[in-house]
Ligand binder design. Structure first.
Ligand code: NDP
Ligand code: 2IT
Length: 445
C-alpha cells in the first residue's frame, strides 16, 4: 500500500479505538485508493486524506422520552456530518439497538463516496439512535421522534444537512420528525427526504433503493450478456430495500426464492409472493415467520444466516452490515452464484467480497449498488427547491439513467487503473475523485 495511505489508516485505527465498523469501511476504501495516491503526490502535500477521514462535525445528544405507562427512557442520538465538499450533508437516520458511533461513522464515511457517485450535489452524513422501534406503539414512536428532533433541528437545514430514512426509519418516522421540525422552525422546507407525497415527498423514493439496485445489476449483467430472466434470486431482509428489489426482480422475469428478517428466513421454490410480504411487513409490521400461515408450501427456518445456503444465480444482501461472511460466500460460490448486489451498506465482510471477486462472481458494491435511494432523495430536494412535482415515470427514468451511469463510471474507473471488472475499486476511485477535486480547490478548511 502507498506509504501515506498506510500511515493515515494506521493513525485512524489508533485514534478511533474500538470503532471496528469504521475501521472496516476505511480499510476497504483506503486500500483501493492507494493507486490513486501513487499518481497524485499533491494530495499528501495538502493533507487531503487526513482531512477526509475526520468528520467535519460529530453531534451526540440524549433523547429522553416517556413510554405509554409514563416510564422515562433515555436513548443516545447521533448525527455525523462527515463531508460537505460537494454539497450539503446528506444521509439517512437509523433507529436500531445496535447503533453506536462506530456504525454511524462507517455509514457516514461510505455515504461521502456513494453520494459523489450519484453525480448530484450532495455531501456525506449519517445519524440515528440506539432506540428500538420494535413493539412500540405509534404514540411512543411519535414521542421519541419529537424528542430526537427537538435536538437535531438546530443542526440541520435544507441547505445544510438533509437527513432521510434507513433501518427502522420509514415514512411514519419521517412524518413525525418533519412535523416537529416545522413546528420548531416555522418553515415548510425540504429538510428531510422520504417525505409523504402530500407534504413535499417525491414519487419513487419509496421504491428507489430497491429499484436502483436492480437497475444497476441489470446493467452489470447486460455487460456480460446476462439478464434477470428466469434467474433464481435470494434477497436477505424484508424491509424497504428488500421489498422493492423483489418487485423489480419480478418485473424483469426473475424469481425470488427466499427472504428473511433478523429472526429467520422463508423459502419457496415456486417464488415468494410479494403482496404477502408487503401485507406482513409494511401493513402489519409483523414477522416473516407469519408467511407460512398464508402459503403452506413455503418453509420457515429459524436463524437468518442460513439463507445463503439456498442455491441462487443472484444474491442481493439487503438487511445489514456484515450479514454475509466468508463461509456464506464459499457456500454461494459452491452452489453456482453468478452475481452479488449489495443492497444493504457493507453487508459482505471484506473476506467475503474478495472471495467473490477471486472466484469470477460479478460483484456490485454497496456504494454504487444502493445509491438509488439517496439519488432519488436528491431528486426530491430538487423538486422541493423548484416547488414542482415530477411524475412517477419522470423520476423513475432519471433514477434508471443515474444507475446506468454509475455502472459505467465505476467500470471505467477500474479500467483506468488496470483493474478491469473490479467494481469495488472502481466505485471507491470514481466516488473519491470528485470529492478530492472539490476539497483541493476549497483549501484547508
Ligand atoms: P428496514 O428497517 O426497512 O429493513 C431492515 C431489514 O433488515 C429488516 O428485514 C430487518 O429485520 C433486517 N435487519 C436489520 N438489522 C438486522 C440485523 N442486525 N440482523 C439481521 N437482519 C437485520 O431498512 P432498509 O430496508 O431501509 O435498510 C436495509 C439496508 O439497506 C441497511 O443496510 C440500510 O443502511 C441500507 N440502505 C437503505 C436505504 C434506504 O433508502 N432505505 C438506502 C441505501 C441503503 P428485522 O425486522 O427483524 O429487524
Ligand atoms: O444509506 C443510504 O444511502 C440511505 N439510507 C439513504 C439516504 C438518503 O439520504 O436518502
Amino acid at each position: 500500500m502507498n506509504a501515506y495511505v498506510q500511515r493515515v489508516l494506521n493513525d485512524l485505527i489508533a485514534r478511533n479505538p474500538g470503532e471496528k465498523e469504521f475501521h472496516q469501511a476505511a480499510t476497504e476504501i483506503l486500500n483501493s485508493l492507494s493507486v490513486v495516491f501513487d499518481k497524485h503526490p499533491e494530495y499528501e502535500e495538502k493533507g487531503l486524506l487526513e482531512l477526509l477521514v475526520e468528520p467535519e462535525r460529530v453531534i451526540m445528544f440524549r433523547v429522553p422520552w416517556a413510554d405509554d405507562n409514563g416510564k422515562i427512557h433515555v436513548n443516545k442520538g447521533y448525527r455525523v456530518q462527515f463531508n460537505s465538499a460537494i454539497g450539503p450533508y446528506k444521509g439517512g437516520l437509523r433507529f436500531h439497538p445496535s447503533v453506536n458511533l462506530s456504525i454511524v461513522k462507517f455509514l457516514g464515511f461510505e455515504q461521502i463516496f456513494k453520494n459523489s457517485l450519484t453525480s448530484l450535489p450532495i455531501g456525506g452524513g449519517k445519524g440515528g439512535s440506539d432506540f428500538d422501534p420494535k413493539g412500540k406503539s405509534d404514540m411512543e414512536i411519535m414521542r421519541f421522534c419529537q424528542s430526537f428532533m427537538s435536538e437535531l433541528y438546530r443542526h440541520i437545514g435544507a441547505d445544510t444537512d438533509v437527513p432521510a430514512g434507513d433501518i427502522g426509519v420509514g415514512g411514519r418516522e419521517i412524518g413525525y420528525m418533519f412535523g416537529y421540525y416545522k413546528k420548531l422552525v416555522n418553515e415548510h422546507v425540504g429538510v428531510l427526504t422520504g417525505r409523504g407525497l402530500t407534504y413535499g415527498g417525491s414519487l419513487v423514493r419509496t421504491e428507489a433503493t430497491g429499484y436502483g439496485l436492480v437497475y444497476l445489476m441489470q446493467e452489470m449483467l447486460k455487460d456480460q450478456d446476462l439478464d434477470f430472466n428466469n434467474k433464481r434470486v435470494v434477497i436477505s431482509g424484508s424491509g424497504n430495500v428488500a421489498i422493492y428489489a423483489h418487485e423489480k426482480v419480478n418485473q424483469l422475469g426473475g424469481k425470488v426464492l427466499a427472504m428473511s428478517d433478523s429472526n429467520g428466513y422463508i423459502y419457496d421454490e415456486n417464488g415468494i409472493v410479494l403482496d404477502t410480504i408487503k401485507l406482513i411487513k409494511e401493513r402489519n409490521r409483523g414477522r416473516i415467520s407469519e408467511y407460512v400461515n398464508y402459503h403452506p408450501s413455503a418453509t420457515y427456518v429459524e436463524g437468518c444466516k442460513g439463507i445463503w445456503t439456498i442455491p441462487a444465480d443472484i444474491a442481493l444482501p439487503c438487511a445489514t452490515q456484515n450479514e454475509l461472511d466468508l463461509d456464506a460466500a464459499k457456500t454461494l460460490v459452491k452452489n453456482g452464484v453468478r452475481a452479488i448486489g449489495e443492497g444493504a451498506n457493507m453487508p459482505c465482510t471484506i473476506e467475503a467480497a474478495e472471495y467473490f471477486q477471486g472466484n469470477g462472481v460479478l460483484f456490485a458494491p454497496a456504494k454504487a449498488a444502493n445509491a438509488g435511494g439517496v439519488a432519488c432523495s436528491a431528486l426530491e430536494m430538487a423538486q422541493s427547491s423548484m416547488r414542482t412535482f415530477w411524475s412517477f415515470h419522470e423520476v423513475d427514468e432519471k433514477l434508471k439513467h443515474i444507475m446506468i451511469n454509475i455502472f459505467h463510471n465505476i467500470k471505467d474507473a477500474a479500467a483506468r487503473y488496470g483493474m478491469n471488472g473490479n467494481y469495488i475499486a472502481g466505485a471507491n476511485i470514481a466516488g473519491f475523485e470528485k470529492v478530492a477535486n472539490a476539497m483541493m480547490v476549497q483549501g484547508v478548511c
